[in-house]
Write a protein that binds this ligand. Structure first.
Ligand code: FE2
Ligand code: FE2
Length: 179
């Protein structure tokens, strides 16, 4: 099915700060997936790094999406999926605190956490954000832009670090695995 794909949709400015957050999430998702097949030291490190990012960036990002996007999502299925996946990843993050204490953290758990996070972000980038920017009114997108600009100010992005264009904001790099 790779022969004919819908041309990428340019990400609306109002959604760009949330797309930028996705870069951080993808970095950790890939680290977790890679660590699953490495040794216990790698798994401990990947879980510890994920939990730090969860606390400082990923969970705040989930809350921002729930606060700012939910009323702009026209489809009930999309709304449901966003909330269900956030809840599932949040449960897994809580479980990760316990799994991390094991001498050798469960590789399957580490792999699944990374994969679930990656798939959630990919779905938002490929499907959900496009639906939002297609169905929201200009007024709603303007209000969203004001709110996400504030969100952007709360993120402590290491300039020169995670600021590197993840290729997600333009919709052109959604298939890349650059992490
Ligand atoms: Fe999300
Ligand atoms: Fe997201």
């Amino acid at each position: 099915m790779s022969g004919h794909e819908t041309p990428p949709i340019v990400r609306h400015d109002a959604l760009v700060p949330l797309s930028r957050d996705h870069y951080v999430g993808l970095v950790h998702a890939h680290r977790l997936m890679k660590a699953a097949s490495k040794d216990r030291v790698a798994r401990h490190k990947a879980l510890a790094d994920f939990l730090e990012a969860w606390r400082t960036e990923i969970e705040p990002h989930f809350r921002d999406e729930e606060r700012l996007l939910i009323h702009l999502i026209a489809g009930e299925n999309d709304r449901r999926r966003l909330l269900d996946e956030h809840a599932a990843i949040e449960r897994a993050a809580k479980e990760a605190v316990i799994k991390r204490r094991a001498v050798d953290p469960d590789p399957d758990f580490v792999e699944r956490l990374g994969r679930d996070l990656e798939q959630h972000i990919r779905w938002e980038e490929r499907v959900l954000f496009n639906h939002v920017q297609e169905s929201a009114s200009e007024r709603q997108l303007k209000d969203l832009a004001v709110a996400t600009e504030q969100v952007e100010l709360t993120r402590n992005r290491g300039r020169g670090g995670c600021e590197t264009d993840p290729g997600l904001s333009t919709g052109t790099g959604a298939n890349d695995d650059r992490a």
